[in-house]
Design a protein around this ligand. Structure first.
Ligand code: CP
Ligand code: NVA
Length: 299
């Protein structure tokens, strides 16, 4: 039973298999029914969530498992007790644990000692379950070798997307303002699989792209930098003009929540090219695939 802290923890074959299973479960949800009966899945949140919390909870229930929500207000990661103790304790109660954390290193600490599979439900470094749902959406709308543009902050969502797209056989251009580039280590990992180009011009990034992806400029925990970031990201708004510079069939993607009028205009977010609610739905199917894979129900 494996943990999933990074998209890079998967092989390209496993990634393909997870996307395939997620799509099968979307077409025929009953395929998963009861497959994880008797299992208990912890869902820990150190930061707010709508999609992740609800879709993971529902995923567990649909597979017959029992989800247990653990709010950091009660648990106190790093304040009431250290990550290591939390991991050792939760590993004795649960069969698997999903965690949304401020520090990726806490995930690594818990995964090292818990003795159960641990899934990253978003950290400062990655958001692998989002990237899996994004690949399901890309497979539905674009196909197997997508040309993707990410415009905005080189953040957790950008990192997982770079890895997922390249492992999937696609290529990605990332446009960020100087100083907001994705981590060089993640870029190097993604480049082992496929083409990753970095730049600071959104128009260059979207030229010929079949997918235009953006995310908030200030992630959870960066609220105090919001004004400074708004200034730095001027010119990085995904609007209709920018979408018109992409491929004529290009879709718009965003992990949500979105800030209309900041990183994306309402017109694009709500327009005919937007697939953001398919992405949100696909979080459910993708997480069901992850759970089945972790418990060895699918290989
Ligand atoms: N996309 C995503 O992870 O949404 P939440 O923060 O609402 O879970
Ligand atoms: N980059 C965002 C993603 C939210 C789903 C954040 O970390 O807040």
């Amino acid at each position: 039973m494996s943990s999933l802290l990074s998209v890079g923890d998967l092989t390209p074959a496993e990634l393909r298999r997870l996307v395939e299973v997620a799509r099968d479960l979307k077409r025929a949800p009953q395929l998963g029914a009861g497959k994880l009966a008797g299992k208990t899945i912890g869902l820990f949140f150190e930061k707010p969530s709508l999609r992740t919390w609800v879709s993971c909870d529902v995923a567990a229930v649909q597979l017959g498992a029992h989800p247990v929500a653990i709010r950091n207000e009660e648990a106190g990661l790093g304040t009431r007790e250290p990550a290591e103790d939390m991991g050792k304790v939760l590993g004795r109660y649960l069969d698997a644990l999903g965690m949304r954390v401020r520090r990726h290193t806490d995930l690594e600490t818990v995964a090292a000692v818990a003795g159960i599979p641990v899934v990253n439900l978003l950290s400062d470094r990655e958001h692998p379950c989002q990237a899996l749902a994004d690949l399901v959406t890309i497979a539905e709308r674009v196909g197997n070798t997508p040309r993707v543009a990410f415009v905005g902050d080189g953040n957790n969502v950008c990192h997982s997307l770079m890895l997922a797209v390249t492992m999937w056989g696609g290529s990605i251009r990332v446009a960020t303002p100087p100083g907001y580039e994705p981590h060089s280590e993640v870029v190097a990992s993604a480049r082992r699989w496929g083409e990753v180009e970095l730049g600071d011009d959104p128009r260059w990034a979207v030229e010929g792209a079949q997918v235009v992806y953006t995310d908030v400029w200030a992630s959870m925990g960066q609220e105090s930098e919001a004004d400074q970031r708004r200034r730095a990201f001027e010119g990085f708004v995904v609007d209709s003009d920018l979408m018109d510079s992409a491929d004529s069939s290009a879709v718009f993607m965003h992990c949500l929540p979105a800030h209309r009028g900041e990183e994306v205009t309402a017109e694009v977010l709500e327009g005919p090219r937007s697939v953001v609610f398919d992405q949100a739905e696909n979080r459910l199917h993708a997480f069901k695939a992850v759970l089945l894979w972790m418990f060895g129900v699918v290989d």
